[in-house]
Design a protein around this ligand. Structure first.
Ligand SMILES: [Zn+2]
Length: 140
């Protein structure tokens, strides 16, 4: 697993992404243009979720309910677990056309930016299991 560190995003300044691997000694730097865009768009690894600047495949990714679940890092994993796990505690309800209360398939505390498939109640257990799988691949 290589680690990518990127420089602070300052206005009109190129952003530097430095990738290093302690396992094999791989080390490389990428630099964006001043507006944050990428000079030479990388060729992504087929069938993998890749970083848009380096083109390198993300370490944390796994198939999950016909989609790909991915995260940038351990903090991102924890964020996703908190967002999806929140559904176990708080179920949003809505009043249906018949006046009865129904449990929504989307829950109020899940951030809107997450993809729909991830937020569906029927996928919750699969998503949490996939997050566990990914966490186990991180070095201690
Ligand atoms: Zn390596």
């Amino acid at each position: 697993m290589a680690v990518a560190v990127r420089s602070e995003r300052l206005p009109q300044q190129p952003m530097v992404v430095r990738v290093t691997c302690t396992g094999c000694g791989f080390a490389k730097e990428w630099r964006t243009k001043g507006d944050g865009s990428v000079k030479d768009l990388p060729t992504p690894v087929p069938d993998q979720v890749c970083d848009h600047i380096t083109g390198l495949a993300l370490w944390l990714q796994t198939p999950c309910v016909c989609e790909r679940l991915w995260a940038f890092n351990a903090e991102h994993l924890e964020f996703l677990r908190g967002a999806i796990g929140a559904t176990l505690r708080e179920r949003a309800t809505f009043t249906g056309w018949d006046g009865a209360q129904h449990i929504d398939t989307y829950y109020g505390r899940i951030p809107a930016a997450l993809p729909t498939w991830m937020k569906l109640a029927k996928h919750r257990d699969d998503v949490l299991a996939a997050l566990d799988r990914l966490e186990k691949t991180l070095p201690a």
